[in-house]
Each structure stands twice: as C-alpha cells, then as structure tokens.
Write a protein that binds this ligand. Structure first.
Ligand code: EPZ
Length: 426
C-alpha cells in the first residue's frame, strides 16, 4: 500500500496548476455512453476513480484510449447492460450509469451500492427519478434491475427533488437527454459540476438549460454527435491546497480553477486571517498566510454553501489554529472519520453527532496515522504540514482516488513530503 511521509513546519511557496475535476468528469464519462460515436475529454485527472469508470465503460463495450490527460471514448458498440458489483462498491457514483443504459439500451442493472465511511448514502432519490422517467424497477437480493415499460422509451416528466442531491440530479439529467419530451427538474443541485455536465451535454447536441439554478429543464433529443470538451479544474483539490497554505503558511497561486466556484471556502480562508486575491479572467486564486489561523464557525451544505468535501481539510488546519472553531457537518451523517487521527497528532477536538469543536494546538506532533477515506486522507496531509517532526500516513490509496499526486503537488510548493515504500516505514 502507498505511504506518505511529511516533515512539517516548512512554509509553502509557488504556483500549482490544479488537475481536472473528478466530480465533473465522472458523470461526463457516463454521459458519453448516450452517443453512438466518439467523445474526447481533455484535462482529465489521472486518478483511481477515473480508471474505475474507464473499466466500467470498457466492460459495457466501449473503447477507452488514454493519452496523458486526454481521454477518447468510443461508444459506438455497447455489448452489456450490467454494471459489475466490484465497480459499484468501489465507486458509488457509478450508479448514474443506470440512467444512461436505460436511455441508450432500454435496460440496465447494478448492485445496490452500500454505505461508506461517510454515511449510509441511500439511493432512494435516484430510484425515484428513474421511475418518474418511466423505468420499471425490480430490486432483489441487493440487485437493481431497470427496464423500460414494454416498447416505450423514457418519457419527459416533472421531477421534484426533496433534497438537492448531486447524484440524483445527474441521474435525472442523464435520463432525460434522450427521453421523449421535456423534463423539468425542480430542487436540482447547483454544484459547479452539474453546470459543467450540462455544458458538456449541450456540446454533444443535447438541449439542457437552467444550469446553476435549482430548476433544470431538458428537452429530449433523438441523437447526439461527436464532441470534444475540456474539464474544468477541481475546486475541491484547489480548496485542499488552499487549506495546506493555512496549515504551513506562505504564498501559493492556484491556477486553472474558477474563483467563483470556491466563493464560500475562500471567504472562510479570509475569515481565518489569510489574504486571498482572485482573478476570474485568468482563473487564478492567490492565497497568502502569515500567521496561525483564527478560529471559524463552519456549516457544510449544498452549493453555494460550504462544501462538505472541504470539511476535513479545513478541520486539519484549524486543529493547528490559534483559536476555537465549531464545524457542523450537515450533508453526511458520519464525516468526522479523521478526528481520531488528528487527535493522535495532538489535536484537541471534541466531535459529537454532526458537530465538532476544535481548540487549536500549535504545532501538532508528527505521528503514524491511517487515511480512512478520500478527503480525510488529504486532511491528514494538510495537518502534517503543521506538525513538528515526521508524520507517516498509511492507506493512501484512498487519497489516490481523487488526487493525481498530492506529494508531487505539495513538494512542488516546497513541502518536505514524499511517497515511501511501506517496508521502509515498518
Ligand atoms: C457527490 O456525492 C460527490 N461525489 C461527493 O463527493 C460530495 O460530497 C456530494 O456530492 C455532496 O456534494 C461525486 O460527485 C462523485 P448527494 P453524492 O447525493 O451525489 C443524501 C468526494 O469526496 N441522499 O448530494 O453521493 C445522501 O445520503 C465525494 O469527492 C439521499 O438521502 O451526494 C447525503 O446525505 C464524497 N438519497 C446527501 O443526500 C439519495 O438518493 C447528499 O448526497 C441520494 C443522496
């Protein structure tokens, strides 16, 4: 297993080009199945979750050709409509492929994705959406089988989402693209990744409007065409590296991301005492930190609220801050999985239910810790930058799901961080 070692307390300096967005490219890859042709995606991050989605597409009969950060998907021939369980359990977001299989092939099946370390993560809203679009669903022994009612394709409809679920919104949009008629999605998620998906679909010949609002309208079309699309920078990776500056201090320019997508996290960095300058036109954000962070009150929520994916990286720098912070996690029910590891590093955190109270302690102390999930693992790397001595982070395969190379990126900014062979750390 991959292990990271960090010697903390070195300020960061320089600039970093942020990788393409994981949570934007995954639904785009699924959407490519809607078109019997070629789709080219550029600025695709080289991460485990993208590799997993490539495996799913190839299992279904697609050709996937990777050249660096460029991905060419050939979906002319699909030969299967079942998503194997090993992929769904490894990556829950593969469940959005169901709507695409229904639209393209008239049927699709998948195992029921289990919960994970951050919560139960049910898919009731996904199944509601598919039924509303006209799918007949059968659930038995953890398997979901979706098929069209005899001879009828998916039909445009009105969908009301009781919660702005990102995945269920993507499921609804993807299921509507080739449906007959118009689909109104009310209560839609407004995350930037949804906007990117809609722009990508329109670039393929779909007719989607209302992106960025909670009311998205899709006019079904007969077919799509070949397309080429560049994935935007990953706002969560950018926010993670912004958190790293607050942990280590210094000045870093984050390049290739839309500052508007990071409005809430950047406002929090300023409240913590950072100087943040952003240039929308050049898609750059410069973060400077010359002191220990001030305490914050953070409540996570659907966009444009504070993103739940940055909750643990922000907790990490606040753990080494100069004050008291309170974090309320309102999106997932169990997303404080990193607290115990941070406490091993000397952090003073009391977490109960959806609320954590952090008393800043500086410096933290190096320790051997285990990454429990993707963003929690990245958070430990952030905390290690504010720790005296060496921190060894194990089970870093979680981090590789969403970060191309967190060691490469932070080392480029001056951090004393490296991948090490597991055997060398025993
Ligand atoms: C997406 O997950 C992201 N993943 C998550 O990022 C992100 O944390 C989340 O949106 C919230 O922003 C991808 O885009 C691949 P949701 P998703 O449906 O779609 C409940 C990362 O680290 N819910 O908006 O699964 C659910 O339990 C990952 O990159 C239902 O109750 O999130 C949760 O409490 C982690 N029923 C809330 O909604 C449903 O049918 C938000 O979930 C669906 C969701």
């Amino acid at each position: 297993m991959s292990v990271i070692q960090v010697r903390g307390l070195t300020p960061l300096k320089g600039e970093i080009f942020i990788q393409g967005s994981k949570n934007a490219v995954l639904p785009m890859m699924a959407a490519a199945l809607l078109h019997k042709g070629i789709t080219v995606l550029t600025n695709v991050p080289v991460i485990r979750d993208v590799a997993c989605m490539e495996d799913i597409l190839e299992h279904l009969g697609c050709g996937c050709c990777r050249e660096g950060n460029c991905l060419i998907i050939d979906a002319r021939q699909l030969t299967d409509t079942h998503i194997p369980s090993e992929y769904v359990t490894a990556m829950r977001s593969s469940i959005v492929v169901l709507s695409v299989l229904l639209g393209r092939m008239g049927e699709g099946s998948s195992c029921y994705p289990g919960g994970c370390l951050i919560g139960a993560r049910p898919i009731d809203l996904h199944l509601m959406v598919l039924s509303k679009l006209g799918a007949r669903l059968k659930e038995k022994d953890g398997l979901i089988e979706a098929a069209l009612k005899d001879g009828e394709g998916l039909k445009g409809t009105e969908i009301f989402l009781p919660y702005p679920s990102v995945g269920a919104t993507e499921q609804a949009i993807l299921g509507s693209v080739l449906a007959k008629g118009v689909t109104d999605i009310h209560g839609a998620a407004r995350e930037p990744e949804i906007g990117q998906l809609c722009r990508f679909l329109n670039n393929m010949g779909a007719v989607v409007c209302g992106m960025g609002t909670d009311h998205i309208v899709v006019q079904g079309v007969e077919e799509l065409h070949d397309s080429n699309f560049c994935v935007e920078g990953d706002r969560i990776v950018a926010g993670t590296y912004g958190a790293a500056v607050l942990a280590a201090q210094g000045t870093v320019t984050l390049k290739g991301v839309c500052p508007l997508d990071l409005k809430s996290p950047m406002e929090m960095l300023v409240r913590a005492g950072a100087y943040v300058r952003s240039r929308e036109a050049s898609r750059e954000i410069e973060v400077t930190m010359e002191r220990r962070p001030l305490g914050l009150g953070i409540e996570t929520g659907p966009y444009p609220g504070f993103p739940t994916d940055l909750q643990s990286p922000f907790m990490a720098f606040l753990a080494a801050g100069a004050g008291r912070s309170v974090i309320e996690e309102k999106v997932f029910e169990e997303r404080f999985g990193t607290v115990d590891s941070l406490k091993q590093m000397g952090a003073s955190i009391c977490a109960q239910g959806q609320c954590a109270v952090i008393e800043g302690v500086y410096p933290l102390k190096g320790a051997t810790v285990h990454a429990s999930d993707l963003r929690g693992g990245a958070a430990l790397t952030v905390a290690a930058l504010a720790a005296e001595g060496t921190t060894t982070i194990r089970d870093c395969h979680h981090i590789e799901r969403g970060y191309e190379d967190i060691c490469r990126d932070l080392a480029e900014l001056g951090a004393d961080i490296r991948w090490v062979n597991e055997a060398c750390t025993l």
